[in-house]
Ligand binder design. Structure first.
Ligand code: HGY
Ligand code: MN
Ligand code: MN
Ligand code: MN
Length: 402
C-alpha cells in the first residue's frame, strides 16, 4: 500500500515531496485514497470542503470513530508527515477485519485537505472549513504565490468552491477522532521515554504566522553609496537574528523560513523584503512576549535604516489541550500492551488540533529517531510504524468494537 503513495509528488532531485493543495500531485494522492477505500469496500465520500472520507458503516448513525490525517506536504517535505496517519488508518482497519472484529459504531478514515498550508499560506484549511474556523470570505481571499485564488484552484481541480463552509452535521456524527502522526521532534527517542515506540499527545502549543513587510528604496547595487541606501534587506536580516535571540530567551521557537524579495535582482537594492515568521511557545503569554519582542526590534531596525515596516498576523492557532477523557481511555487500551506510552506536548499543528474544539480528539505519535520533519530526511523505523498500526488497531477496537 505504502509504495504507490510513496512515489506521488516526490522530487527526484531531493527525495522530498511537493504535494500542494489542488495540484496534480494532490489529485494523485486523492485518487490513491479513493482506490484504497474502494478496494476495501468502504463508502468513499468527499465533503463540501474537499476532505476525503472512507466509511465502514453509515455515519448517519452517529458517534462514529474516525482516524486519519493528511496527504499534502510542505515544500520538499518528508514521506511520513501526514501519510503515516492515513496509511496506518487503512492498515489498522485491515488488522481489525483480520481479527473478525465486530464493529458497534461507524468507522471513518479521513484525508484532510491542505493541512500544511504550503500553497495558500494557511494551515489546516480543510479541517478549519469543516469546523467553521475559516469563513468562506477568508477562504476565498486566499491566494498562492502566482496570485491564483483558492476557489479557482479548487475549480480547476474539479471541486465546487461554492459548496465550501462549516459542516456541523458531518462533525456532529463523529464521537471520537484519533490522529496518528510521526512525532515531529525526538521526545520518544530519548532514553527517558523508556524505549516507547508510541506516545499520546497532551497538547499542541499555540502558534501563528506573521508577515513582516520591509519597504525601502530600490536602487543600483553598484553605484549607490552605502550612506544613501534605504536597504530593507538589512532590517530583515537584523530581525531574523532578533527572532532567534527572543526565542532563546523565552524557551520558545521562532523561524523566518520564507522570504520574498522585490525586484529580486542580484544587482538591485530591494524595494521590498517580505519575511514570514512562524513562532510557537508552550503558552500564550510566552508566545506574545516573543512576537512582541521581535516586532519591537524590527521597528527599531526599520527606523534606523529609513525603512517602512508593516506586520500582518496571517494565521493563529491557540493552545490545544487534548481532553483527558479520550486520552485516558487510549492510555488504558494501550497500557495493556506492557509498553510505556509517554504523554507529550508538541509544537506542531495538526488537524486534530482544529477538530478538538468540536469533537473528542486524541493523537498518537510514532517514534521519530532523529526528530527531523518537514524535510526529505524525515524517517521512522518500520518496526515503529508497525507498532503504530498495532496501537491504532487496538485503539479502534477498544472504541468501536464489541
Ligand atoms: O506547521 C505545522 O506545525 C503543521 O505541520 N502544519
Ligand atoms: Mn507538517
Ligand atoms: Mn502533519
Ligand atoms: Mn501538522
Amino acid at each position: 500500500m505504502w509504495r504507490e503513495l510513496a512515489v506521488i509528488g516526490r522530487e527526484d532531485s531531493t527525495g522530498g515531496y511537493r504535494r500542494h493543495a489542488w495540484t496534480p500531485a494532490d489529485a494523485d494522492c486523492r485518487d490513491w485514497f479513493r482506490a484504497q477505500a474502494l478496494a476495501r469496500g468502504l463508502d468513499h465520500r468527499v465533503d463540501r470542503n474537499g476532505n476525503q472520507w472512507a466509511w465502514l458503516g453509515d455515519p448517519a448513525e452517529g458517534d462514529a470513530v474516525v482516524t486519519g490525517s493528511h496527504l499534502d506536504s510542505v515544500p520538499d517535505g518528508g514521506a511520513f508527515d501526514g501519510p503515516l496517519g492515513v496509511v496506518s488508518a487503512f492498515a489498522a482497519l485491515d488488522q481489525l477485519r483480520d481479527r473478525q472484529a465486530r464493529f458497534t459504531r461507524p468507522v471513518g478514515l479521513v484525508n484532510f485537505g491542505d493541512e500544511e498550508g504550503a500553497r495558500f499560506g494557511l494551515a489546516c484549511v480543510g479541517s478549519r472549513l469543516a469546523a467553521g474556523r475559516l469563513g468562506r470570505e477568508q477562504a476565498f481571499a486566499l491566494r498562492d504565490q502566482d496570485g491564483i485564488a483558492l476557489p479557482t484552484a479548487m475549480e480547476r481541480a474539479g471541486y465546487d468552491p461554492e459548496a465550501i463552509g462549516a459542516d456541523p452535521e458531518l462533525l456532529g456524527r463523529i464521537g471520537a477522532f484519533v490522529e496518528l502522526h510521526i512525532e515531529q521532534g525526538r521526545a520518544l527517542a530519548l532514553p527517558e521515554s523508556g524505549g516507547a515506540r508510541v506516545g499520546l499527545a497532551s497538547a499542541i502549543w499555540p502558534h501563528g504566522r506573521w508577515r513582516f513587510d520591509f519597504r525601502g528604496e530600490a536602487n543600483h547595487a553598484g553605484t549607490t553609496r552605502l550612506a544613501d541606501r534605504r536597504d530593507p534587506m538589512l532590517s530583515y536580516a537584523e530581525t531574523v537574528l532578533a527572532a532567534r535571540r527572543e526565542a532563546e530567551l523565552a524557551g520558545a521557537v521562532a523561524t523566518f523560513g520564507k522570504i520574498a524579495v522585490e525586484p529580486n535582482g542580484v544587482n538591485a537594492i530591494p524595494s521590498l523584503v517580505r519575511g514570514w515568521l512562524d513562532s510557537r511557545a508552550a503558552d500564550q503569554r510566552t508566545l506574545d512576549t516573543v512576537v512582541t519582542g521581535i516586532q519591537e526590534a524590527a521597528e527599531q531596525y526599520a527606523t534606523r535604516h529609513g525603512i517602512r515596516l508593516d506586520v500582518v498576523r496571517e494565521s493563529f492557532t491557540p493552545v490545544v489541550e487534548f481532553g483527558d477523557a479520550l486520552r485516558e481511555e487510549l492510555a488504558r487500551i494501550l497500557g495493556d500492551r506492557g509498553e510505556p506510552v509517554p504523554v507529550l506536548g508538541t509544537g506542531a499543528g495538526h488537524d486534530a488540533g482544529i477538530l478538538s474544539e468540536s469533537v473528542p480528539t486524541a493523537m498518537l505519535f510514532v517514534r521519530n529517531p532523529t526528530g527531523v520533519s518537514h524535510s526529505p530526511a524525515e524517517w521512522a523505523e518500520e518496526d515503529d510504524c508497525l507498532a503504530g498500526v498495532a496501537a491504532l488497531a487496538d485503539v479502534l477496537e477498544g472504541l468501536a468494537c464489541a
